[in-house]
Each structure stands twice: as structure tokens, then as C-alpha cells.
Design a protein around this ligand. Structure first.
Ligand code: NDP
Length: 386
């Protein structure tokens, strides 16, 4: 029997909800490109309910405990002597969400001799030291596509919000004011702007598709070029690298995984090569941008705005400079954890567990590391130092 250690974010401050704003979720038939939705044999939750916090337990409790497995759920993960650290030593499977990541460092993996499987309930497994996972033969899997569209919607919202100066204008209303000039002296239309994405994978391509009707000029860079018919359909301009692309763009959105090739990519030099007054949206991973270079660029006016939902570390400390820098539209890490997304990644997590316990193969598209090497989605999109 396995011990499953699940690290989830805290319950709402008012307690686990007993009712919800909406009765149900719209039916999503499948993902773009034909990948099917998660298909576990059973579902231990009601879609649309809060699953990603401790009491929600990703809907896994009955499923696991009825088979004799042990499930430990905690949000206590970072402080010295945390419950995560205490429970890890004899854990077989760790599950966590990127929004509240259980950082599986090399040191922690070395202290968990029974650990065989690390599941990311969501997308983005950079909180796991992939080199150490390879070395210790830990399988790493994530629920590919489960929240890609959720993030793409958030990116579009943030682009509009920054360019149109939405948040400061809303604040004027909350403050009881009505100075229109205060609101509009930083407000522009998106129409006609040049918008570029660093990476055109599932999220990046979905962002491009959603922006097309805004009559903008679309650019992208990626390690693999999109099919010619997609480039033509969306009117895309391809650039060999981020450095080639960003000087042409009014808005840049980052949609690449964090790995050795992308860490620190947006430093003073790259940001300095952008148009003065460009906007940068990063919902991928915080460490793709240099924290202090972003602050400097906002203060100098090199960037007109920065928005995103990814921070390092998470949760971000109270004194993190991105909380107080000018012209930002940051949220906590929420874009991929809507109730809609939770239903999909909780189902995908259960599917992975069902496969694991039945000794059946995990879907290729969910695999990041398998049998001591990059595999599936991981082999396509990640790199390691090994
Ligand atoms: P995909 O794997 O579909 O796409 C990632 C793309 O990034 C691939 O096309 C890949 O290229 C490309 N890429 C990798 N390295 C580079 C590079 N050095 N330069 C340019 N392109 C590169 O992933 P998703 O679109 O689903 O997700 C992307 C990332 O978004 C995740 O890894 C995660 O970090 C983040 N994310 C954030 C969420 C949030 O809540 N904020 C939720 C979900 C994801 P190729 O494969 O062609 O080599």
C-alpha cells in the first residue's frame, strides 16, 4: 500500500465553501488538436467544487483510502520542520500544484528513498529537480493541457487590463473618485499593436488564437516552428529567438517552461532591447524574468506595465518587490486554478494514480520524466543539465 503526500494551498479564509457562485461547469468536449480530456474510471468529486485546497484534497480521499492507501494532505511545506518535510521520508507518491509547489529539491529527493512518483496537478514541473528525479528514477507526470486554456484567457485579460489601464481606473471607483484624466492618461487601444509570444505551445498558440480578432500583428518564437497553415491562418511572423522578436513588439507574453534554456531570459539586456513603453506579461514562471530587472524597467519607463501570476518563491514573501513596483497587474498564482481547471487536473491526477496502481502505462502526453530520462511532453518541451 502506498503513502501519498499531497501538498495543496490553504482553504479559503472563511472555510471550505458550502455553496458556489454557479451551479455547474460548461461542457468542454476535448482539447484543441484532439487530445482527450482526463478519463479516470471514477470521479470522487463534483466538478465546479473547490478541489485545490486542503479540504478539497483533489477529490482523492475516498478513492485512495478505500484501497488501503494512506493520504496525507497539508499546506505546510516551506518552513523548517514543515509537515511536508516530516512526512516525506516514507512517502511513495508526492502530488502538488504549481500554485503552491512542494519544491522537490535534490536534497529532499535524496531524503525520500521510497519516492517513486511525483505528480503535478496542473502543468509545469520545474518545482521538481528533474536531474535528481532522473538520478533517483522518480517518474514525473503532469496533467498536460488541463489548464492551458485557463491560462491563455488570463493572459488576454492581463494584456487588455495593462494596455487599457483597467486596474488603476477601477481603483478610482473604489476610492470614490471620478478623475477621468487620471484614468486615461496611461490608457491605449490594443488594436494595431504588435504582440509576440515567447513559445507557441498549447498556451502560447491559444493566446495567439484569442488575440487574432483584436486586429493586432502577431509574432512568435519557439524551438519548433508551427505548421505553415497555422502561421498563415493567424498571420504570424516567426522569429528565430526572443532576442530577435522583442524589439518589434509592443506587448510580449511569455509562455515557455522554466528550464536551463529559459531561466533568467528576460534580463536587463533583453528588456532593454524592447520598445520603450512595451508591456510584459509572464504567466509562465517567475524565474524566466530577472526579478530586479523588471522592477528597474518599470521604474525607468522602459516597460509601461508588467503583469502575471507567477512568483519566486511561492507564496511570495510580503516584502517581494513585485507587490509594490509601479504599473503592475500581478495576481497570486491563480490563472491555471479556476474551478473549471481544477475539475480537469483533479481528474487527470486520478487517472495517473489509477494507471500507476494498476501497473498500466501513464499517457505519453502526461510524462515529463520516465525510466530515468525526459519522456513524453517533457522530452518535447524541457531540457535538463544531464
Ligand atoms: P507546452 O509544452 O504546450 O508549450 C511549451 C512551449 O515552449 C513548447 O512549444 C516549447 O517548444 C516551447 N519552448 C521551450 N523552451 C523554449 C525556448 N527556450 N524558447 C522558445 N520556446 C521554448 O506547455 P504549455 O503551453 O501548456 O505551458 C507552458 C508553460 O506555462 C508551462 O511549462 C508552465 O510553466 C506555464 N503554466 C503556467 C500556469 C499558470 O497557472 N500560470 C498553468 C500552466 C502552465 P518545443 O516544444 O517546440 O520545443
Amino acid at each position: 500500500m502506498a503513502k501519498v503526500l499531497c501538498v495543496l494551498y490553504d482553504d479559503p479564509t472563511t472555510g471550505h465553501p458550502s455553496s458556489y457562485a454557479r451551479e455547474d461547469l460548461p461542457l468542454v468536449p476535448g482539447y484543441p488538436g484532439g487530445q482527450t480530456l482526463p478519463s479516470p474510471r471514477g470521479l470522487g468529486f463534483t466538478p465546479g467544487h473547490l478541489l485545490g485546497s486542503v479540504s478539497g484534497a483533489l477529490g482523492l480521499r475516498e478513492f485512495l483510502e478505500s484501497q488501503g492507501h494512506t493520504l496525507v494532505v497539508t499546506s505546510d511545506k516551506d518552513r523548517e520542520g514543515s509537515e511536508f518535510d516530516r512526512e516525506l521520508a516514507d512517502t511513495d507518491i508526492v502530488i502538488s500544484q504549481p500554485f503552491w509547489p512542494a519544491y522537490l529539491t535534490a536534497e529532499r529527493i535524496a531524503r525520500a528513498p521510497r519516492l517513486k512518483l511525483a505528480i503535478t496537478a496542473g502543468i509545469g514541473s520545474d518545482h521538481v529537480d528533474l536531474d535528481a528525479a532522473i538520478e533517483h528514477d522518480v517518474t514525473v507526470a503532469e496533467v498536460t493541457y488541463s489548464n492551458s486554456i485557463s491560462v491563455a484567457e488570463h493572459v488576454v485579460m492581463m494584456i487588455l487590463s495593462l494596455v487599457r489601464n483597467y486596474l488603476p481606473s477601477h481603483q478610482v471607483v473604489l476610492d470614490g473618485g471620478w478623475n477621468i484624466a487620471d484614468c486615461v492618461s496611461r490608457a491605449y487601444d490594443v488594436q494595431g499593436m504588435h504582440v509576440g509570444t515567447v513559445a507557441a505551445g498549447r498556451i502560447g498558440t491559444a493566446v495567439l488564437r484569442r488575440l487574432k480578432p483584436f486586429d493586432v500583428h502577431l509574432h512568435y518564437t519557439d524551438r519548433h516552428r508551427l505548421p505553415r497553415e497555422v502561421e498563415q491562418e493567424l498571420g504570424l511572423t516567426f522569429h528565430e529567438s526572443a532576442a530577435d522578436m522583442v524589439p518589434h513588439c509592443d506587448v510580449v507574453t511569455i509562455n515557455a517552461p522554466l528550464h536551463p534554456e529559459t531561466e533568467g531570459l528576460f534580463d536587463d539586456k533583453l528588456i532593454g532591447s524592447m520598445k520603450r513603453g512595451a508591456y510584459l506579461i509572464n504567466t509562465a514562471r517567475a524565474k524566466i524574468a530577472d526579478r530586479d530587472a523588471v522592477v528597474r524597467a518599470l521604474e525607468s519607463g522602459q516597460l509601461a506595465g508588467y503583469a502575471g501570476d507567477v512568483w519566486f518563491p511561492q507564496p511570495a514573501p510580503a516584502e517581494h518587490p513585485w507587490r509594490t513596483m509601479p504599473h503592475h497587474g500581478m495576481t497570486p498564482h491563480i490563472s491555471g486554478s479556476t474551478l473549471s481547471a481544477q475539475a480537469r487536473y483533479a481528474a487527470g491526477t486520478r487517472e495517473i494514480l489509477e494507471n500507476w496502481f494498476a501497473d498500466e502505462p501513464i499517457r505519453e502526453e502526461y510524462l515529463i520524466i520516465d525510466s530515468g530520462k525526459l519522456a513524453g511532453a517533457g522530452a518535447h518541451s524541457y531540457s535538463t543539465n544531464k
